[in-house]
Design a protein around this ligand. Structure first.
Ligand code: SF4
Length: 266
């Protein structure tokens, strides 16, 4: 197995809830601390022991957390500068106007400038920014097919399926079990719609965390001996418009976002 050679690779393993139980302000700060050897993966209490055992020996680092964030931001800026923003606007479901590209990501407006600057009405979180920039830079103009596939069916995603179940689906299942307003909130935030129930689920929604990345969410309520369940599916074109790592990051971000929202209601 290859070594984890950047803080972002470590960050992708984390819960992304910024819960501070590791005594760092954010998961990204924790990833930076692990990267430079100041913290151990095992100091995140939300990380599965199997993941800790699998990855602890594979971490190799040298930067401090500030350098880490600087590196990530600089990397994103350079990527944006290589893109012809007016030319890609239509393909990615954005608008180029007044010298900037506007795109909706995870329900919020983001503005991207040709010099690589990014602004938004909200705080710029790495878990939104990184997938957004990947989406803008790597999309392959693939049309939406209407065929739904599981995360494990996306190209190269199978080895991360267990982690995906744990950090995205199981976490949202727990929220949905306790907070019935979750699905209405999701529709509202992500411009989504309730559709005819898929696979005999009790609730099925289609959401748009990115304009051309539809996500199907299915939820089954607990029934007798059967536990409830929560499953994400993706359009079979998803991998052409966004890599499997970024899709993971988006879904983990959705879980973290709704965990915070639900705390206000439970
Ligand atoms: S999820 Fe883990 S790494 Fe992130 S803030 Fe909480 S304890 Fe720290």
């Amino acid at each position: 197995m290859t070594k984890l050679t950047t803080p972002f690779e470590i960050y992708k393993l984390l819960d992304k809830s910024n819960c501070k139980k590791c005594h760092e302000k954010t998961c990204m700060a924790f990833a930076g601390a692990v990267y430079q050897g100041q913290k151990q993966l095992s100091e995140c209490p939300l990380l599965d022991p199997a993941i800790i055992a699998q990855y602890s020996e594979l971490i190799k680092g040298h930067d401090n957390p500030d350098q880490v964030m600087e590196k990530v931001t600089a990397e994103l800026k350079e990527k944006i500068k290589q893109v012809d923003l007016p030319a890609v606007a239509d393909d990615i479901g954005g608008v180029f106007k007044n010298g900037m590209l506007s795109v909706k990501a995870l329900g919020k407006d983001f503005y991207i400038y040709p010099n690589g600057d990014i602004s938004s009405e909200i705080h710029l979180n790495s878990w939104v920014l990184i997938p957004l920039i990947e989406y803008i830079t790597h999309h392959q103009k693939e049309a939406i097919t209407g065929n739904w596939v599981y995360y494990r069916d996306l190209k190269n995603a199978a080895p991360k399926d267990l982690l995906f179940r744990q950090q995205c689906e199981k976490r949202l299942k727990k929220i949905a079990d306790a907070y019935t307003g979750l699905f209405e909130d999701m529709i509202h935030v992500f411009n989504g719609e309730q559709i005819e129930n898929q696979n005999q689920s009790d609730i099925s929604l289609v959401l748009y965390p990115l304009p051309k990345l539809p996500v199907l969410i299915s939820y089954w309520k607990a029934d007798g001996e059967f536990e409830s369940d929560f499953v994400f599916c993706f359009d079979s074109s998803a991998n052409k418009n966004l890599d499997f790592e970024s899709i993971f990051t988006i879904c983990a971000g959705i879980a973290a976002m709704f965990q915070k929202l639900s705390l206000r209601h439970i």
